[in-house]
Ligand binder design. Sequence first.
Ligand SMILES: *Cc1c(COP(=O)(O)O)cnc(C)c1O
Ligand SMILES: [Zn+2]
Length: 417
Amino acid sequence: MASFVRGLKCRLCGAKYPVSPANSCSEDYGPLEVDYDYESIGEALTREKIEMRPHTMWRYQELLPLDNEPTVGLKVGGTPLIKADRLADELGVENLWIKNDAVNFPTLSFKDRVVAVALGKAKEFGFDTVGCASTGNLANSVAANAAAAGLKSYILVPSDLEKTKILNTSVYGATVVAVRGTYDEVNRLCQQIADRYGWGLVNINLRPFYAEGSKTFGYEIAEDLGWRLPQHVVCPMAGGSLIGKIAKAFDEFGKLGFVTPRPVKFHGAQATGCNPISHAVKAGLETHRPVRKPNTIAKSLAIGDPADGYFASQLIRESGGWAEDVSDDEIRECMSLLARTEGIFAETAGGVTLAVTRKLIEQGRIPRDEEIVLCVTGNGLKTLDAVADVVEKPALIDPVMSEFVALLEPRREAVLV
Ligand SMILES: *Cc1c(COP(=O)(O)O)cnc(C)c1O
Ligand SMILES: [Zn+2]
């Protein structure tokens, strides 16, 4: 396969750099982004070609930053886009879809997409050790995909993370380090580790490549809508990267003539206990103010100082979308609402997204007759504790028919016994 990457480019000043494991501009510390030759991609890639390939994220590989064929995470992506009619009824809207990365392979979150690209690129750069700073899902994904790729991994997480997410990382043989501190402190430490040990840290020095993997979430939405764009996307935000990459995916498909361009409103979802981006949007700030001590059950979204906070709030505003945040109780309630209506058990981040969607519909910011896609990014089995107190406990009976009947028809109890 030919590579269509021209190099890296600063997202603030546009300065160009050769491809290397680097993430910021030496002029202004702006984040670097992969720069593609879209004209050549347009000559090489067609919708028909894509449709003939396997249903994985790699069916769009010309739009991803590897120089050679992918070697890591070959089965990632291709997750369902579900028409959610029962949930739509509940919310009083006409056209609602759920993009369900709660069932992404292999670690049940959209992070497998970014990790597949980052570790593939790490191999191309010749790294034998990789790692990340993580709020949980990234840790699971780096550990699993590194194990399968034969790479050593070091994973740093805040020490207050859910036990399940830590177990789900250690099991793959990764070295897990729990840090007494917030995600932002873990992230700062990882930057120093990358510099000192020369490792490939997926969301640090490999970040420009890593972030590109998120675009495939957007490509799949457009393709599965029948090569069309929706009118609204509601997306959970942690570092604020995914929401921007879905927008980039839609733009690229428009540029390549794969979809008819259409204004899409991007809406961002956060928890009130860690809402730097939604607060910036609602308060009309130029950029976010960091939240020092995040405090929410939506730990996967608990990044107080998001790397892409500035870009996410700009995108939301320019697209005509909005951002909201919701309480832990609303998150729990909406995790169970999604499960009860659509049979999808999403993690806390999914509860955030649904609760914010409901709020935006009630506010009239999402009209009830327009097309909405809700982004479900992680699996509820990893955050079981969150719903332990809101779901009904099973009834307990002895193994006799009369007790079951009594349960179902309490008033006939006397007759039967
Ligand atoms: C990481 C994560 C996000 C947010 O991703 P960003 O690109 O950092 O905004 C959303 N949902 C889940 C479940 C995640 O793990
Ligand atoms: Zn720059």
